[in-house]
Design a protein. Structure first.
Length: 259
């Protein structure tokens, strides 16, 4: 019995063109795709509850966009989200996909850093060739062994209420995923942002990061929150003003692509 040929997927940019018989690709089936421009409006600090995620007011003058931010989700009396901001229903990427793979950018970078730093450590014979994370066996690292990080976690987000993955699908999934990989993030944050190549001690458990909206939804890019500089609230307000300009630019580019 011959194997059946899987149905051909369609590259669709306009949600209204999705019909009952449409088969949408997964993100990994595409050579490239465009990120949802409006993702750049998201104000998101992690870790944190869904109710703290907000959306810049794109209709406000740029200096007031943050002050007039709107909640991403509105909660009912049972503490469950009942209504979402309109951008939550937008496609996560273009062309539309039925499933989207999400990764944390600095965990990917951490893996590359560990490969370089592993040359300074000793491991069980043959262990470096596998895909499982390994700790060094150096005598001087006995109390805090060096971790050779090999498998950055990825999150696969499937379409929920619509045939295609929405920005809301991604935000909800990622917000529930971040606590599960928090220790990895803290460890990588120490090595990547605090003291290059040093894994111990990891960043404090109460460390917070900003998520860079313009790289959502497929890449989670983090910036550590700080009292001053670009990681401060004042620094982010300037950054968010730039995001609004970038959103308009990406919307225009996407319209040209979809035509």
């Amino acid at each position: 019995m011959s194997a059946q040929t899987p149905p051909a997927t369609e590259h669709i940019y306009e949600p209204s063109k999705v019909t009952e018989g449409t088969t949408l690709p997964r993100s990994e089936d595409l050579e490239t795709y465009h990120l949802c421009p409006e993702a750049g409006l998201i104000v998101w600090a992690v870790p944190g509850p869904l109710r703290d995620i907000a959306v810049l007011d794109i209709t406000a003058p740029p200096p007031d966009a943050f002050a007039r931010r709107q909640p991403f989700a509105i909660f009912g009396p049972n503490d469950e989200p009942t209504t979402f901001h309109p951008i939550a229903s937008l496609p996560a990427v273009y062309p539309l996909v039925s499933g989207l793979t999400v990764c944390v950018d600095h965990l990917e970078e951490f893996m590359s850093e560990c490969e370089v730093m592993s040359e300074q450590h000793e491991f069980e014979p043959g262990s470096e060739d596998g895909d499982t994370n390994e700790y060094c066996i150096c005598e001087e690292c006995k109390e805090h062994p060096f971790l050779l990080y090999k498998q950055p976690p990825k999150l696969y987000v499937e379409a929920k209420e619509k045939p295609y993955v929405t920005l809301g699908d991604v935000v909800l999934a990622v917000n529930g995923w971040i606590p599960k990989i928090w220790q990895d993030i803290l460890l990588a944050g120490k090595a990547m942002f605090d003291e290059w190549g040093t894994q111990w001690p990891p960043l404090p458990a109460d460390t917070k990061f900003w998520i860079h909206g313009p790289f959502l939804p497929s890449d989670i890019m983090l910036e550590r929150q700080e009292p001053t500089g670009s990681g401060s609230l004042r620094g982010r307000e300037k950054y968010w003003q730039e995001c609004i300009s970038e959103v308009a630019k990406r919307q225009s580019e996407l319209r040209d692509k979809a035509m």
